[in-house]
Design a protein around this ligand. Structure first.
Ligand SMILES: [Zn+2]
Length: 469
């Protein structure tokens, strides 16, 4: 019933998410290690470990530090007045992780290992292990061993950075004689969505408003949007109801950040995500045809991915629980498209995750239980879970009648048992690890191939006597 034309793979923009604050960290003289200038400086508000915050423009970084320049005032935070150097360890740990991982080439294993060491030096062992996990699956055994060594060193009070010295030296030598880097950090790696400044985000949002009005005008409508932190909602529903839905959107967004262990202030959309909700199904179908050239007669809702922009469109079905499910489901597609890179998860995971989040945000829904029952019947009767994992939008094999329930329960199973591995797997797939082979990433993150995943899932389903969250 739903369709997700998530195939447009045009480059564009994501936003970092950097939060707010004003800091007191002192500049450290004498840090002359290699400074990397940013082609596109990033306006941000840095949170520091001592609870302070500092607004500035990130202009350069190195293995040790970041450089903040004075920024044009965009908000209420205290701006820096002269260029400031902040050591990574002076930043709030999770923000440091988020900033740095967006500065590195996501396919550069050594860069991930360096990020891990940086986290260890700040006492952030969990974040370090997350980075080492990515490093280890992307490259060779030597790097995995070096990551292990870094963890061992930090436990015994040593400097974890020494574990990477040999690899860094090898990288320098290769650079000198022009050979490829150690791990072949690929030219074909997917390009992350660019990070937008506050000013750019505002500009994109204004552009989207004009675009949305222009689309509505094609069916002779003019609607003022309800604007939330992350969404522009255009609807012809009564005002009270519209406000109710708009509040739910930001809650759902927060839930997704939580599932993906992202900072609460993460900004995913290119400006905002545009949502159209029509009171009438006929109007929805007419609008889809006029605005997007899409024949929506078979679907309940749709998420359009156009370059950097995402548009979700659907109608107010009578069953409110079902309506919320579609709202959340389609918006998850929009969110995942904008998460890190435009690379799509495999179809089953894309759809399973959307149903999973929809069910979690909507506890009154019976969908989880219904899906559990249907998936249980599917495995009991010898259904082939791997076959559903092979279905794909692009070849028309997605979907058959059990595809949604089984994919939903499979994602539920993975997230319940191994949430960290699941997140890492998503990160891997989105960063194009293993040449974009999600199965190889699965092996690395979960230690299983699709068949063994399916076997484990089948056993788990068969031992459950009833639905449990
Ligand atoms: Zn979907």
């Amino acid at each position: 019933m739903r369709w997700n034309p998530c195939r447009v793979q045009v480059m564009a923009a994501v936003a970092l998410l950097i939060a707010c604050a004003a800091a007191t960290a002192a500049a450290r003289p004498g840090l002359t290690e290699s400074r990397i200038e940013l082609a596109r400086p990033i306006d941000l508000v840095v949170r520091t470990r001592d609870g302070g915050s500092l607004q500035g423009t990130l202009v350069a970084w190195s293995d040790e530090s970041i450089w903040l320049s004075p920024t044009a005032a965009v908000g209420g935070s205290a701006p820096v007045e002269a260029e400031r150097i902040l050591h990574w360890s002076e930043l709030d740990g999770s923000q440091a992780f988020e900033i740095r991982r967006r500065l590195i080439n996501p396919r550069d294993g050594l860069a991930w290992a360096e990020l891990g060491v940086c986290m260890l030096r700040s006492g952030e062992v969990n974040l370090a292990e997350r980075a080492f996990g990515v490093a280890a699956v992307q490259t060779d055994e030597r790097l995995a061993a070096a990551c292990e060594e870094a963890l061992r060193l930090v436990r015994s009070g040593g400097d974890p950075g020494t574990s990477l010295e040999a690899l860094r030296e090898a990288r320098r030598e290769q650079a000198l004689d022009g050979r490829a880097p150690v791990d072949g950090a690929a030219a074909s790696a997917p390009v992350p969505w660019p990070v937008l400044t506050q000013a750019q985000l505002a500009m994109e949002t204004e552009r989207l408003k004009r675009d949305a009005q222009e689309k509505l005008a094609r069916v002779l409508l003019t609607i003022d949007p309800l604007e939330t932190d992350h969404f522009l909602l255009y609807t012809d529903l009564p005002a009270d109801e519209a406000r109710r839905w708009s509040r739910r959107l930001d809650r759902m967004y927060a839930k997704l950040l939580e599932i993906l262990a992202m900072p609460r202030d993460a900004r995913l959309f290119n400006g905002k995500c545009v949502i159209f909700v029509f009171a009438d199904r006929g109007r929805f179908v007419e609008f889809e045809s006029a605005a997007f050239g899409f024949a929506a007669r078979r679907v309940a809702g749709v998420c359009h991915q156009r370059g950097p922009d995402v548009f979700v469109s659907f109608y107010r079905m009578e069953d409110e629980t079902r309506f919320i499910s579609v709202l959340v489901h389609e918006t998850v597609h929009a969110f995942m498209y904008r998460y890190r890179t435009p690379v799509n998860l495999p179809t089953w995971a894309n759809e399973g995750l959307a149903d999973y989040v929809a069910a979690h945000v909507n506890p009154k829904s019976r969908e989880q239980e219904d899906h559990w029952l249907q998936a249980r019947r599917f495995v009991e009767s010898g259904g082939d879970v791997c076959e559903i994992m092979r279905q794909d939008y692009s070849d028309g094999t997605w979907f058959t009648k059990d595809s949604y329930p089984v994919s939903h329960m499979l994602v539920h199973y993975m997230l319940r048992d191994r949430p960290e591995a699941f997140r890492k797997w998503i990160d891997d797939v989105k960063s194009g690890a293993h040449g974009g082979d999600w199965r190889a990433s699965l092996e690395d993150c979960f230690g299983v191939d699709p068949q063994r995943l399916a076997d484990g899932f089948r056993r788990a389903m068969l031992t459950e006597q009833s639905w449990r969250r």
